[in-house]
Write a protein that binds this ligand. Sequence first.
Ligand code: PEP
Length: 248
Amino acid sequence: MSRAFIIAANWKMNKGPHEAEVFFEEFLKGTERFENYLFFISDINLHVAQKYLPQNNIGWGAQNIYFEEEGAFTGETSAKALSEFGATHVLIGHSERRQIFNESDEWVSQKVKVAQQFALTPVICVGETWPERQAGETQKIIIKQLKASLQRADLSQKIIVAYEPVWAIGTGQVASVEQAVEAHKTLRQALNQLKPDLGEITSILYGGSVKPENAKELSDPKDIDGFLVGGASLSPQGLAGIYDNSSF
Ligand code: PEP
């Protein structure tokens, strides 16, 4: 069964609206093959995504939402507002949210639920820390995170999963192809346990220090369906280079 190959950019808390405009002007000139890209950019730049991306059929959205529909939650963004604004996707449970903002699997599952209620496709991040990998707990941790994150999900709707070993994010220390494939197979099996064939139809992305130089070997295995890219997505050349070097 074929799954979509996706290259998702996570700009994190980088760029202001002007830099975002400059990026999209250059990026959109450089390629005509847009359907594989997704952009997760900070809320202050979402109007720039709204201006440039829908007419090119590029998916886009926020890097986080709150799980309540509306109310007294100062500083938060709702799935309802994000969807009304035109976003198509939302990043949920990134390790920086889990670690810096103490986001739990319970919260992640509530965010997945509300995203789906408002027709946003959730990109759900899971991944182990270095001490967890060293303790031989990688498989256990990522299965637990995945299942807990999906406990309220409507599995008949599309989801995307990103395997992001925490130790590989922003460190330059990329997972080996074997490590990535093993984790992706584990996640696919866990998805199949939740619903028959769910693992076969769900794109599972790898994230963690992906660059144009390592995109080919990481995209070769059939279990790796694309990338979630931080640092290298900040330049049009970096992102397009990953696309150009990927085999899919
Ligand atoms: C990320 O932020 O999800 C990420 C994978 O970052 P980087 O590509 O910089 O490691």
